[in-house]
Design a protein around this ligand. Structure first.
Ligand code: SD4
Length: 293
């Protein structure tokens, strides 16, 4: 059993997974439950996640979220979804109950409503910090927010099932209807139970989606690389392609079927991920920032 989540703020989710797994929950349930708690908390909205996340240009919080299982690769996603504080749960319902895999905007909201969610007023989705940042944006007409966080969580359960989830309110003050990398399979997340799973942690989704980095990490793990080496290798590959001066923010986390975890990023923050593995009681890895040649 193992789990890994993006950034320091995912600690609460990783701890929740630990408790859920101890009680016998499977990987998909753990991902959904642990992520919902953070998504729905206005305080963690400043990490560009769920309720309290930064709104779009029109002042509306629209979230992207997706979930993928390693066997046999089931996937569900919502994008530009308004009025729901736990978008990852809606993504799971798309995976479980819809014949399609991804629903966007009003269509995603209509599906959520059918499934019993109430579509909340935008004012309930906004935090005070989000409102202040939006007012500042309206005054300057450009984003002063440096936030590119996103919640990613990968869980490997006692039966050997692996599931990855990603949730974000997306780029602050984005165009209405903009979809980032997070809900796109292969870009924001990927899982294959023959190798492991990966998630995009942060960064400029408009650029990230051109490189399918999560798929790439999983393919490299399939070829035998450790999660850490696979993440590093994908970041290096992107750096070489775009060149040092055009490099953008991207962070990746990965977990393989042995319960080994890894991460790499082009940005330097104190903690890129929290995780725990089968053997390590607790792993707190500091700054696996990739050196760019
Ligand atoms: C996106 N990579 O939508 C995601 C989330 C993020 O600032 O970091 N946004 O581009």
């Amino acid at each position: 059993m193992a789990a890994v989540g993006t950034w320091a703020f995912s600690l609460a989710a990783v701890e929740r997974v630990r408790r859920l797994m101890a009680a016998g929950s499977g990987a998909t349930h753990c991902v959904q439950e642990a992520m919902a708690e953070l998504e729905n908390d206005k305080e963690t909205g400043c990490f560009v996640v769920g309720r309290g996340g930064f709104p779009n240009k029109a002042g509306v919080v629209q979230c992207d979220a997706a979930i993928m299982e390693g066997l046999p690769g089931r996937f569900g996603a919502v994008a530009a979804l308004p009025g729901v504080g736990i978008p990852l749960t809606v993504a799971r319902m798309v995976m479980d109950k819809n014949t399609h895999n991804m629903l966007v905007g009003e269509g995603a909201a209509a599906f959520a409503k059918e499934q019993g969610f109430s579509i909340e007023d935008n004012s309930d989705m906004m935090s005070e910090a989000g409102l202040d940042a939006y007012e500042e944006f309206l005054e300057n007409r450009k984003s002063t927010s440096k936030n590119h966080d996103t919640l990613g969580l990968i869980v490997l359960d006692h039966l050997g099932n692996i599931t990855v989830g990603v949730s974000t309110s997306g780029a602050p003050f984005k165009d209405p209807g903009r979809v980032g990398d997070s809900p796109l399979p292969g870009c924001g997340l990927y899982a294959d139970n023959r190798a492991g799973a990966a998630a995009g942690a942060t960064g400029d989704g408009d650029k990230i989606m051109c490189f399918c980095p999560s798929f790439h990490v999983v393919q490299l793990m399939k070829q035998g690389l450790s999660p850490a080496d696979a993440c590093q290798s994908v970041i290096q590959d992107i750096c070489h392609r775009v060149g040092k001066k055009d490099i953008f923010e991207i962070g990746l986390i990965a977990l393989n079927m042995k319960g080994e975890i890894g991460a790499a990023s082009t940005v330097s923050f104190p903690y890129t991920f929290w995780g725990y593995g089968m053997e390590a009681a607790e792993q707190r890895q500091s700054n696996p920032h990739t050196h760019i040649d």
